[in-house]
Design a binder for this molecule. Structure first.
Ligand code: ZN
Length: 494
């Protein structure tokens, strides 16, 4: 059976850890602590008599995300206890939503290459994260002993469950990337943060049994984990063996999936209504207030950029992928050629950022000036458009100002990006092309010092001009524009 003939069905359940100030049901700080078991209280440890109280911020994040995913938000939701007999939740149940989640029945359009496809969203609900366990001297199956750190216990999670609409690992990855980007626009999740995005995947091939693979971290891991699991199931079938319904875990180091247990069903969890938490009314006013706070989402921005600026898909995709970069682009597009601005941001600037292993936002934050990159780009673009920087010098300017950062003492005024006193800590004169007169001097010098090359040229060797251009570049320390230098050399040699 060839690759294409295998009928693959994948559904994802994705958990997003929310970066709220406090945990989901108590006032403990929701952040990493230096020592284990320090950000804990009777509530998140589940001591008798302690009562959970809902962090309303989480409800807002959940409703906003639901609306962005075009889900129907339920007007009244409540929480349930799910039997959970593992040491990483000390009260032996997890507070989650089961019967009525925050929202149901959504849809998101994904793009894989040029193909578009709608993925159904089954439901979105809120639940608490369990603690972290550390297995000493082995893994979960054979360690000597296990330590539990409850600092994470009670971190709020959004769980987004899709329909089994994915037919390839690539589609699943594209969905997670788009979801992460959308959540970044909603200011709910930041891919660079310590907060994790983890997925459990349900995979079946050719209508066979479903296998659940748990705990796949990030967006890149999903493609590897799913590819492995699909080929494992294919191998079983090829040998005439049954794929059994089971729960497996993803081993990130070895890039394989491993059997955890035979799959349990939802009924095994014995959900009961949590009597400590009140029913939440998500009335019209609450929903409308949040709807109004939803910004233009990545796919909407993509569409508008295409229409307004007429740029290539790849450029728009790259611009839109970083909200701050997209905003800066729009400001630059008011002044400069849109193609020039976009290609410098997506091309040269990205290269410099990757080389320095920093993100667009990080540079701005670290420089202490939110407009740092915008100002630098304005200098580069205005000098390029005025013909005062050549490509090479403009790239160098870009590299230098990103790498040296901004002296916190310095102020930069951005009234005139061509002004020589613009203070990003660099001297603009070092980057500008030499003036014509200066080039003439350099050309004369190159010709005087290289009589052999002149002789070669006169005897018909046109390549000798390239050598002389090289000499001019070297004498001018790279400031001369090679095209002008060539013209001047030819004039002199006539
Ligand atoms: Zn607590």
């Amino acid at each position: 059976m060839s690759e294409e003939e295998t009928d693959v069905m994948i559904g994802l359940e994705t958990h997003i850890q929310l970066d709220t100030e406090t945990k989901l049901f108590c006032g403990c700080p929701n952040e990493e602590a230096e020592e284990p078991n320090t950000h804990v209280c009777p509530t998140c440890l589940g001591h008798p008599g302690s009562k959970p109280r809902l962090n309303k911020k989480v409800l807002e994040h959940a409703v906003k995300t639901s609306q962005a995913l075009q889900c129907d938000v339920n007007e009244e939701v409540f929480f349930s206890r799910k039997t959970y007999f593992y040491p990483d939740l000390s009260k032996d149940y997890q507070i989650t939503q089961y019967e009525v989640p925050v929202a149901e029945d959504g849809e998101v359009e994904i793009k894989v290459g040029d193909e578009k496809k709608d993925i159904g969203i089954t439901r979105l609900h809120i639940e608490e994260d369990p603690a972290k366990t550390r297995h000493k001297g082995g893994d979960i199956g054979n360690s000597d002993y296990t330590l539990v750190d409850y600092n994470r216990s009670g971190t709020p999670l959004l769980e987004i469950v899709t329909e089994p609409d994915f037919t390839s690992p690539k589609e699943a990855r594209a969905y997670l990337q788009q979801l992460a980007q959308m959540l970044e626009y909603l200011e709910i999740y930041y891919p660079e943060s310590n907060f994790a995005l983890k997925s459990d995947a349900n995979i079946s091939i050719d209508g066979g049994q479903r296998v659940e693979v748990k705990n796949i971290t990030g967006t890149a891991g999903i493609e590897k984990a799913l590819s492995y699991e699909i080929s494992r199931q294919k191998q079983l079938k090829k040998r005439g063996r049954e794929v059994s319904q089971q729960t497996r875990s993803y081993n990130q180091n070895q890039e394989i999936t491993e059997k955890l247990r035979e799959k349990e069903t939802e009924e095994d969890y014995g959900y009961i209504f949590d009597p400590d938490l009140t029913t939440q009314e998500l009335d019209e006013e609450f929903r409308e207030k949040l709807r109004a706070e939803i910004p233009e989402l990545p796919h909407e921005k993509f569409k508008r950029f295409k229409e307004e600026y007429g740029l290539k898909d790849k450029l728009v995709e790259a611009l839109v992928s970083v909200p701050e970069m997209a905003d800066d682009f729009e400001r630059l597009a008011e002044e400069f050629d849109t193609n020039l601005a976009a290609s410098w941001m997506v091309g040269e600037l990205k290269k410099v950022l990757n080389y320095n292993e920093v993100s667009y936002d990080e540079v701005n934050v670290e420089s202490g000036a939110p407009d740092f990159l915008y100002v630098g780009l304005r200098v580069v673009l205005s000098h390029l458009e005025a013909g005062e920087f050549n490509q090479r010098k403009a790239e160098k300017y870009l590299r230098d100002f990103v790498e040296q950062g901004l002296d916190p003492e310095k102020e930069f005024s951005i009234d005139d990006p061509k002004a020589d006193n613009i203070d990003l800590g660099l001297n603009l004169k070092d980057y500008k092309k030499s003036g014509d007169d200066e080039i003439t001097e350099f050309v004369k010098e190159a010709i005087d010092e290289n009589p052999d090359a002149v002789e070669d040229y006169n005897s018909g060797d046109e390549e000798a001009v390239n050598f002389l251009v090289g000499q001019v570049m070297s004498i001018s320390q790279g400031k001369a524009d090679p095209k002008t230098a060539r013209e001047k050399i030819l004039e002199e040699l006539e």
